[in-house]
Design a protein around this ligand. Sequence first.
Ligand code: NAD
Length: 260
Amino acid sequence: MLKGRSAVITGSTSGIGLAVAEALAARGVNLMLNGFGEPGAVESLRAGLAQKHGVRVEYHGADMSRPDQIADMMGKAIEIFGAADILVNNAGIQFVSPVEDFPPDKWEAIIDINLVALFHTIRHAVPGMKQRKWGRIINIASAHALVASPFKSAYVAAKHGVAGLTKTIALETATFGITCNAICPGYVLTPLVQKQIPDTAKARGISEEQVVRDVLLAAQPTRQFVTVEQVAALALFLAGDDAASITGTLQAIDGGWTAQ
Ligand code: NAD
């Protein structure tokens, strides 16, 4: 039963995070949204979700590369809702470059936002979950938590790190009614993927159309992008009581990519 629970969803102003927010709100879950965006657009998103689903929706603009801001966001969520029952670690960035040209500041930003931030949100959320003897930690990892691709050294390193973190947290929390799982999507056509198409074209010396056909969709035997709604439906299932025995897993949702 999810109604009346609360969720913190990082990076929920766009793409997968926004779809997860919609899916949880539709089940009566109160939300703490997070992510970047123009203030007017973020406010209409917040108010729209609250009105459509009759749930409380808050927003915190914490930058996931800043542990102090993450602490503030988690503190506010716990103050408002009593606990962050469901934590969806979704915020993420990508940068594509051969390793020898990879700008060190980009490498560090990817590790900070895609991996280190999860340590901070989790460490703030777990005490309240333990107290309530219920919690769901859902890390939006990637097929790149399971396999690598060239030119994505920081992203692949961070997402493989998320896989290890997920398993460790699952073991630490298993007797407290808490589960921790990672969702590993293949390519989903969100701004994150759209932005990397030109850089991948440059790194591989091919056209943008070839990147979509011969790199992105070629990875997926279905030859289809995964949709944000499909990822959100899996997150919703993992948040529910039927998934109480699923913990420490890496759930591929990748059109068969990692079966190869
Ligand atoms: P997106 O670009 O549509 O959304 C990313 C969200 O993260 C946005 O809300 C953005 O504002 C937020 N964000 C970025 N940097 C932030 C920061 N420093 N602090 C706070 N918020 C920040 O991307 P998406 O495709 O929806 O990606 C969401 C997650 O899914 C990421 O972790 C990504 O690695 C993962 N993922 C995406 C795909 C894909 O193909 N799109 C595949 C596998 C995994």
